[in-house]
Every structure is written in structure tokens, then in C-alpha cells.
Unconditional design. Structure first.
Length: 372
């Protein structure tokens, strides 16, 4: 009788053990699936951020905010080497600690991590301890994970996450964090091109206009407030001829006079830039092409009515004596316009390139307003 009861109990226990193992496996699978879904959502949010109309620095801050929210990270800091110094690009840590956070590459405890490209986990064991890199702060962070960032085997900085709890990352799945780190690197690869464009932006000397790079960043933010806009490009078709036949000073003065006149005629919502050489671009934000043709016709006539004055020295011979006299030269600019429709979210650079190719291939005698 007793043996039978014991056998039943053993069978029940074994059944429960098998059941627990099965349930444990299912929970683990669920957690893995949940982590994969979270990572997929984070990556989707990352890519959405890349496509947003904002500066590179704003995108990095937003990416860091996504990491903090989605992975419930207490503190997250991204530090990048900009070529001259290490800069905190994004952090939710109080700014008074940023000087410490941007110099972690000098800490002995992280140097091996940078060399081997492997993450480094540090923690304290008592409340009286502090992390090795902390200089004057107690209590803020009790554990941290340091991830060096590399693009094509080139060290560019690091990502560090911190917790106010001791041993907070003891059981964290580092493979998930490694995926997050790789996603951060991928985003930096993408936005690095945008960063280059932002750094190329200049103010043109003669026209006092922004150069074309302005349109691709700050300008796009204004243009993309509307579903469609008209992009116009015009070329001073006789600028090169003026530079050669008269002189370059007259050509420069022609640019100044034209740009000053057009700037006074344009609304602040319309963007006017020097595209390249004799070519200039105007973005009529939120305006259909039909709505600007009449305006451009009037503008063209008015600009071509401008007279650029220049005084040049002319050599004359009087009874074998060489003398120089001043001669006033009046030059009128000639413009060739082309315009097209730009749709929000599409490749603005491709639209500008198409307009440029049209003007470059047009006859020098062409002097019209064309829609393509």
C-alpha cells in the first residue's frame, strides 16, 4: 500500500518536473520572441528617425531616447570622436557629469575594451564603493556596460549604459545589446553623409546667399512642410561672356545686383541659394508651378532691365603718343529659367540635378522660362 502511494507521488513529481521544464522552455522562447520583437521595433524606430527632417545631432539624441525608453535603461550616453575631441552627442545624465563621460577612453579599465572591441562590464559590491571612472559622484551609478563603437575597423567612440543598482547587468543578454550597438553604428554610417553635407554649407561671397547644401538640410525642413513645391533654377547665360569681354569685376557686380534685386522680391518662405557658378535655385515652398510662372516672367523682364555699370581703361594713340581714357560700359544680364514640381519626401538633389542638366545642355541663346 505504502509502496503504491510512493510510486504515485514519484510519478506526480516527475510529471510536475517535466511540466515545469516545458513551461520554462516556453517562457524562455516567449522572452526570446519578445526581445526580437522589441529589437525589431527599435530598429524600425531608428530607421524612421533617420528619415526624419532634422539635424544629425537631433537624430542622435532621439535615437538615445528610443534606447532608454524601449530597453528601460536608467542612463545612456553616446560619445563620438569628431576628429579633434570626444563629444557627448546624446545623454540623459546631468550635464555636470559630461566631462567625465567624454573622457572614458582615458580610463585604464576601458582601454582593453577599446583595443579588443569587446564590451566591458563594471559594478560595485557595496554602497560605499564607486565605479572606477567616477571622480566626485556617489550613488548615481552602481554598474555600467561600456561598448566601443567601430565603423569599418575605425574606432569612432563609445556607448555606455549605467544603472543605479549594483550588479544590474549580471544576467542581461549581451547578444541583444550587441545587436543594439550594431544598430547604433549602422545609423551613424547613414547620418555621417548628412553630417558631411551640413559641414559643407557656406555663405557665398558675392551673392550673400547660402550655397546649395543649405537646401538639403535646413531648407528641406521648410520645403517639406508642404506636400508639393516648385523648384526653379536659373542661369545667367551671359556671365561668362561678360567676364571675358569686359572683366570679372563687372561679372561679380552683375551677380550682386541680380541677387539683391531678387531677394527683395521674394517672400521669406521662398528659399534662394547660389547653386553653382552662374546657376541659382529658388524653392517656392507650397506653390504649384502654374502659380509662379507669371511672377517669374515679370521678374525676368525686370532683372534683364538692370544695367550693370563698369568703367574700363581704353588705350588710344594720338600722334604716336599712347594715352589711356576711361570708358563706361553698360551690361544687361540675360537669364534662362527652368522649373519643376518637387514632392515632399522625394530626392530633392535629383530634382536639382535634372534642372542643372537642362540648363547646361540648353543653347546659350535660349532665354526663356521652361517647365519640365
Amino acid at each position: 500500500m505504502v509502496i503504491g502511494v510512493i510510486a504515485i507521488l514519484v510519478a506526480i513529481i516527475l510529471t510536475l518536473l517535466v511540466y515545469n521544464i516545458i513551461i520554462s522552455g516556453r517562457i524562455k522562447n516567449f522572452k526570446d520572441i519578445n526581445q526580437k520583437v522589441t529589437s525589431l521595433n527599435v530598429l524600425q524606430d531608428f530607421m524612421s528617425t533617420v528619415g526624419d527632417v532634422m539635424s544629425v545631432d537631433e537624430k542622435i539624441v532621439k535615437i538615445n531616447d528610443i534606447l532608454i525608453e524601449e530597453y528601460a535603461i536608467k542612463y545612456s550616453t553616446i560619445v563620438i570622436f569628431d576628429g579633434t575631441e570626444y563629444v557627448v552627442k546624446a545623454s540623459n545624465v546631468d550635464r555636470k557629469h559630461w566631462d567625465t563621460l567624454r573622457n572614458l577612453q582615458n580610463e585604464e579599465i576601458f582601454k582593453d575594451s577599446i583595443t579588443t572591441t569587446k564590451p566591458k562590464y563594471v559594478t560595485v559590491n557595496t554602497d560605499s564603493e564607486r565605479l572606477p571612472y567616477q571622480k566626485m559622484e556617489f550613488g548615481r551609478a552602481k554598474s555600467a556596460m561600456f561598448f566601443p563603437l567601430y565603423i569599418d575597423n575605425v574606432y569612432i567612440g563609445y556607448w555606455i549604459i549605467e544603472s543605479g543598482k549594483m550588479h544590474a547587468f549580471d544576467h542581461v543578454d549581451t547578444t541583444i545589446l550587441e545587436v543594439v550597438k550594431e544598430n547604433i553604428i549602422s545609423i551613424f554610417k547613414i547620418v555621417s553623409y548628412q553630417s558631411i553635407i551640413e559641414s559643407l554649407k557656406r555663405q557665398d561671397l558675392y551673392s550673400d546667399l547660402q550655397t546649395s547644401e543649405y537646401l538639403y538640410e535646413e531648407g528641406r525642413q521648410i520645403i517639406d512642410q508642404y506636400t508639393t513645391s516648385t523648384i526653379c533654377m536659373f542661369k545667367i547665360t551671359n556671365l561668362e561672356e561678360t567676364n571675358k569681354a569686359v572683366n570679372r569685376d563687372t561679372g561679380n557686380q552683375m551677380i550682386i545686383d541680380i541677387c539683391d534685386y531678387i531677394k527683395d522680391k521674394l517672400s521669406k518662405e521662398y528659399l534662394f541659394v547660389r547653386y553653382m557658378g552662374p546657376k541659382f535655385a529658388i524653392a517656392f515652398s507650397g506653390i504649384e508651378t502654374d502659380g509662379v510662372v507669371e511672377f517669374l516672367n515679370d521678374l525676368k523682364q525686370e532683372v534683364e532691365g538692370l544695367e550693370v555699370e563698369d568703367v574700363i581703361a581704353v588705350e588710344e594713340n594720338e600722334k604716336s603718343k599712347s594715352t589711356k581714357k576711361k570708358k563706361v560700359v553698360m551690361t544687361n544680364p540675360k537669364l534662362n529659367f527652368v522649373l519643376t514640381t518637387y514632392y515632399k519626401g522625394t530626392a530633392l538633389e535629383a530634382v536639382l540635378k535634372k534642372l542643372e542638366e537642362y540648363l547646361d545642355s540648353a543653347s546659350k541663346s535660349e532665354n526663356d522660362i521652361n517647365i519640365i
